[in-house]
Design a protein around this ligand. Sequence first.
Ligand code: ZN
Length: 128
Amino acid sequence: MHTPVHEGLFTLDPPALLGALCGECGHHSFPRLAHCPYCGCENVDPVTLSDHGTLWGWTEVTTAPPGYEGVVPFGFGVVELPEGLRIVTRLTSPTATYEYGLAMRLQIVDLGDGVVTWEFTPETGRGV
Ligand SMILES: [Zn+2]
């Protein structure tokens, strides 16, 4: 049994982030809210966001944050989706091959005790 680290952010099978599309200004957003964070209107529709994108920025987390019991190090950064939306996200631990524009794909990772979250990993390095 896999339990998402937080309900309503992503699906497990297939792995996907749950976002929204604004019917007024046309912006995609994540996480899904009852209103558009860009124009404030409530004309937003739920959408499933692309499961791939390009690496925009990254760093490595080498010390476990308070309450976190998963593996360190892990990556943290920004991935730009085809929708034009930049997601602040966990990443597979960065390697020397990381570079701006690297093709990344969403995957589900186990944090321990069946709790899972999402991360982006290089297209060529899928390990699950
Ligand atoms: Zn809007």
